[in-house]
Design a protein around this ligand. Structure first.
Ligand SMILES: Cc1cc2nc3c(=O)[nH]c(=O)nc-3n(C[C@H](O)[C@H](O)[C@H](O)COP(=O)(O)OP(=O)(O)OC[C@H]3O[C@@H](n4cnc5c(N)ncnc54)[C@H](O)[C@@H]3O)c2cc1C
Length: 535
């Protein structure tokens, strides 16, 4: 046990976690110079140069210097496999090592949150927060903002195989859509990304860096929150580990947990807030019973179809030493080319079956391929057509194994545990194959390499999904907002039954949004800060 420091510093607000949402909350709350704000981040500073080069996520994920490197429990839904679940452990959190794709989801996602009783979270309610955060390269309109801290720009890479993929989708009846964050989401087009002039634009860069000039904001890196401290039913302070010592800090007004979908529920459970059965089994003194803490875990599961091509793809450029030098040079001289590559180039939002009223699957098309994300590219020409179900019914759970806050919790991913998801996944793979067979793309293809065309019957296709799927890194929902028996926070993000404690990160989503989760997490940070300063 490290030694305990005797001094206890006083703040108005304490924020745990400098990630996508935490940097936003810290920046907004410290705008008022009379607020003393402490921001604790378990990871280090974002000094690794690969954080800032878009393609650098290949170097920063699965790297313990920047990634928590979580591993899920063996999951029967995916043939007993455990998956690597990277989560940013560095300033900017996962916005410093994610795939940079800027996607907000569908208006109906937020309207659904409001219908569940979460007043103030309809699409019309949250749109102003998306816009306030944004500095959109394309300029301002009803859906986009300019002048905000979060830069959003167009991709700086085009490749012929991606153009053919888009044409093939259009031939399958999917309309071309230049902006999936605009009037309609449905369609095929090029992603927008959280980058600026060829560099990643994390929330640490956009929000935190300017705010750190303020004397009322104190940031501690490599400072891991261990437990909340209470005064009756009020969260009054936090115990954290920093530079080999245990410290305490008190919050006069509020503590805001922004530690993400794995660590926010872990911190609550270790602090005695959670399912009483779990707490008593681990000999943790219960503070407040909230049986939904850690439950309701949702993620997007991607099925990655890899096609060998007769056309050249990025694999050929990245496998060729001379061409690789050219790629490096292009980036240094023009800040364009493959080094600026976000995790994907082309999106499709479409319906797995035509009877649906809105898209339920999303494609991420990459002009390259690997056995799994983060691995080296294949030694042949190929591209990846990854497809995921947008609103899965399956649920998993995060639960601590011991009362030690430094020990990783168990993550039960729960993939494909609901039969309805199994059907969507099979339909999604059929849709991917229809696009591959369309006239604009088919002549460029040599074979379906993964999973392989021998998987044909619905049972076989589902089996392929169980064997070849991967996370697309969007765990949410483990401290869900609502007023039912499993809800952890109310619609103002206040933890039920505890005063002075809110949660503002991806864990509060009652249901996963129909798209990537970074922009929604930033929006949650913006809305949380606004609600805190208004209260
Ligand atoms: C590899 C990868 C690729 C992704 N690609 C995309 C993408 O392209 N587009 C997209 O929209 N989304 C993407 N996502 C998802 C998206 O980035 C996340 O949903 C979003 O960043 C979550 O934000 P958050 O604020 O909830 O948590 P995070 O950003 O993860 O922040 C949590 C922070 O809290 C810190 N922390 C945790 N516990 C403690 C503690 N006890 N004490 C102190 N600090 C603590 C962490 O170190 C971290 O900095 C990706 C995620 C990953 C990991």
């Amino acid at each position: 046990m490290p030694p305990q420091s005797n001094s206890v510093e006083q703040f108005d607000y304490i924020i745990v976690g400098a990630g996508s949402a935490g940097c936003v909350v810290a920046s907004r709350l410290s705008e008022n110079p009379s607020h003393r704000v402490l921001l604790l981040e378990a990871g280090g500073k974002d000094t690794n140069p690969w954080i800032h080069i878009p393609v650098g996520y290949f170097k920063t994920m699965h790297n313990p210097a920047t990634d928590w490197c979580y591993l899920t429990e063996p999951d029967p839904g995916i043939s007993g496999r455990s998956l690597q679940w990277p989560r940013g452990k560095v300033l900017g959190g996962s916005s410093s090592l994610n795939g940079l794709l800027y996607v907000r989801g569908q208006p109906q996602d937020y309207d659904h949150w409001a219908e569940l009783g979460n007043h103030g979270w309809s699409y019309e309610d949250v749109l102003p927060f998306f816009k306030a955060s944004e500095d959109q390269e394309q300029g301002e309109n009803r859906f986009h903002g300019t002048g905000g801290p979060q830069k959003v720009s167009d991709l700086r890479l085009r490749r012929p195989i991606a153009e053919k993929f888009i044409a093939a989708a259009v031939e399958c009846g999917i309309p071309y859509n230049p902006d999936c964050n605009g009037e309609v989401q449905e369609g095929v087009g090029y992603f927008q990304q959280t980058a600026y002039k060829g560099f990643r634009w994390s929330t640490a860069k956009g929000y935190l860096r300017p705010a750190l000039k303020r004397p009322n904001l104190k940031l501690l890196t490599r400072a891991q929150a261990l437990r909340l401290q209470f005064d009756g039913n009020r969260a009054s302070g936090i115990q954290y580990q920093h530079q080999g010592e245990i410290h305490s800090a008190n919050a006069k007004l509020e503590i805001i947990l922004c530690a993400g979908s794995i660590n926010s529920p872990q911190l609550l459970q270790c602090s005695g807030i959670g399912d009483p059965a779990l707490l008593s089994s681990l000999d943790i003194q219960p503070v407040h019973s909230l049986k939904g803490v850690g439950k309701n875990l949702q993620d997007h599961l991607q099925i990655r179809l890899v096609y060998k091509t007769v056309d050249r793809t990025l694999n050929d450029e990245l496998n060729h030493p001379l061409k690789m030098m050219g790629v490096g040079l292009q980036y240094i001289l023009t800040r364009t080319g493959p080094m600026t590559l976000a995790a994907s180039q082309v999106y499709i939002f479409t319906r797995s079956v035509p009877e649906l009223d809105r898209p339920d699957i999303q494609f991420h098309m990459q002009p390259l391929s690997a056995d799994k994300p983060g691995d080296g590219v294949h030694p042949f020409s190929a591209f990846t057509s990854s497809v995921c179900q947008l609103r899965p019914w399956s649920r998993g759970e995060v639960r601590i194994k011991t009362k030690d806050p430094l020990e990783y919790p168990e993550i039960h991913s729960g993939y494909l545990s609901d039969d309805r998801d199994c059907k969507v996944v099979v339909d999604a793979i059929k849709c991917a194959r229809r696009i591959a067979a369309a006239p604009s793309l088919a002549p460029s293809l040599e074979e379906e390499f993964i999973p392989g065309s021998h998987y044909q019957s619905d049972e076989d296709v589902l089996q392929a999904a169980r064997e070849f799927s991967q996370t697309i890194y969007h765990p949410v929902g483990t401290c869900k907002m609502g007023d039912d028996s499993e809800a952890v926070v109310d619609s103002k993000l206040r933890v039920h039954g505890i005063d002075g404690l809110r949660i503002a990160d991806a864990s509060i989503m009652p249901t996963i949004v129909s798209g990537n989760t970074n922009a929604p997490s930033i929006m949650i940070g913006e809305k949380a800060a606004s609600m805190i300063t208004e209260s």
